[in-house]
Design a protein around this ligand. Structure first.
Ligand code: GUN
Ligand code: ZN
Length: 428
């Protein structure tokens, strides 16, 4: 029997709740059902209808739990798993003190495999079924990541981080090596199973103009790949970019000039953008990724979620581990809510849920494949217990509607709320 019928509450979106009123595009069912056939979702509807339509299916009744798409973490650094929650630094110091030494350790392929395993186990335990991860400059760290994810059947995005300056000698590559190794990795991994390759210049300060230009050329040769990097995260970083690229109009221009701006470009952080940068990102259809626990943890600033949504810039949500302080997309949604409050805006739970699933999938150009409960979509599913702790449960008892019963889990939930995760139609 390859068909499983999951029963529980369901939540799906028929549109983008940042562009339309959330009430108009949100579809919640108390009596929901999701039919999984092999690795895909075949049908979503009411429990009565699907029970009648698929009488032979194996029934899994999750009661009052919420059946939703697996979380999509649109920007993370798996090599930084073991240095999460490192104390007392801002971005550049944090990179030099904690991040670069740890990324160097992943030159050892055995250690890289251990970290990839540990990271993917933790991510799945938190309900995250897809992520876009930076690897290290070592191709073996990319192999470790895709091999480990492949064994778990996961759809993941990743790429070799390219740096040819302003990092320890043991960690940097060269213009030519970045091109050759990235190209070889694309040939090996892009489209293999569920793997997606992202060309990955770390950020402008650690690449020469020549390296950025060469990676831009590689992207034009392989336009089916994504391109991921960092943009406008912290004031000191932005000033440094200005010094390094004196003729650039702004930070985004250091990518734009070298062929690294496009619809399949994914720009992490993007906090302190100028209006030219916002207009340009919207014009080309690129996506920015909000990393709220990282932005507060390393003191980067307050992302303007509602402003960027209004400007029609593509949006994703991400943990940014290990700059981010949590593997949990629930905690990440809570931080996004809090950062928005500090900007004077209120994000509805429907918007948070969309951002952590379909929005991030869209930012990674994976819409139609993952991030949604719908026929034909790959069966990566997270089942959330909305009463996972006594503190949450006592609040939920006081809820007047579905959103009030969900919001405590968004604000206070963690991996204890994740009842079950399905990857490509298999319970893990
Ligand atoms: N900018 C360049 N590299 C990094 C990184 O590893 N983490 C974060 N948060 N920002 C970066
Ligand atoms: Zn990052």
């Amino acid at each position: 029997m390859n068909q499983n019928l999951l029963l529980g509450q369901t939540l799906r979106f028929d549109g983008d709740p940042f562009q339309s009123p959330w009430q108009e595009v949100t579809n919640h069912r108390h009596d929901g059902a999701v039919l999984i056939d092999d690795g895909h979702i075949l049908a979503v509807g009411s429990r009565e209808k699907l029970l009648a339509e698929f009488p032979e299916a194996n029934i899994i009744d999750y009661g009052n739990d919420l059946i939703m798409p697996g979380f999509v973490d649109a920007h993370v650094h798996y090599p930084q798993t073991a240095i999460i929650a490192s104390w007392g630094k801002r971005l550049i110091d944090w990179l030099n003190s904690y991040t670069f030494p740890e990324e160097m350790r992943l030159h050892d392929p055995t250690y890289a495999g251990e970290v990839a395993n540990s990271y993917l186990d933790i991510a799945l335990a938190h309900g995250t079924t897809t992520m876009a991860s930076f690897c290290t400059t070592a191709p073996s760290s990319v192999n470790a990541y895709f091999e480990t994810a492949g064994k778990r059947g996961m759809r993941v995005v990743g790429g070799k981080t390219c740096m040819d300056r302003n990092a320890p000698a043991g960690l940097i590559d060269t213009v030519q090596r970045a091109y050759d190794e990235s190209k070889e990795l694309i040939d090996r991994w892009h489209g293999k199973g569920r793997a997606i390759y992202a060309i990955t210049p770390r950020f402008s300060p650690t690449s020469t103009a020549e390296q950025l230009n060469t990676l831009g050329a590689l992207w034009s040769e392989r336009p089916e790949c994504l391109m991921q990097t960092h943009l406008s995260e912290q004031a000191e970083e932005i000033a440094w970019v200005q010094d390094l690229f004196p003729s650039a109009r702004d930070y985004l221009d250091t990518y734009e000039q070298y062929g690294l701006l496009g619809a399949r470009g994914v720009y992490g952080h993007s906090i302190h953008l100028k209006s030219r940068e916002i207009d340009k990102l919207a014009e080309v259809g690129a996506a920015v990724v909000h990393c709220p626990t990282s932005n507060t943890f390393i003191g980067s600033g307050l992302f303007d979620l509602m402003g960027l949504a209004k400007a029609q810039v593509g949006l994703g949500l991400a943990s940014d581990v290990g700059g981010g302080s949590s593997f949990s997309m629930l905690r990440t949604m809570a931080a996004a809510y809090e950062v928005a409050q500090l900007k004077g805006a209120v994000i509805h739970p429907a918007q948070l849920m969309w951002l952590a699933t379909e929005g991030s999938a869209k930012a990674l150009h994976l819409e139609g494949l993952i991030g949604k409960l719908g026929p034909g979509i790959e069966a990566d599913i997270c089942v959330l217990n909305l009463n996972s702790t006594s503190a949450i449960d006592q609040r939920v008892k006081n809820a007047n509607n579905f959103w009030e019963s969900l919001f405590p889990t968004i604000m206070m939930g963690d991996d204890r709320a994740v009842r079950q995760v399905w990857v490509a139609g298999k319970a893990v």
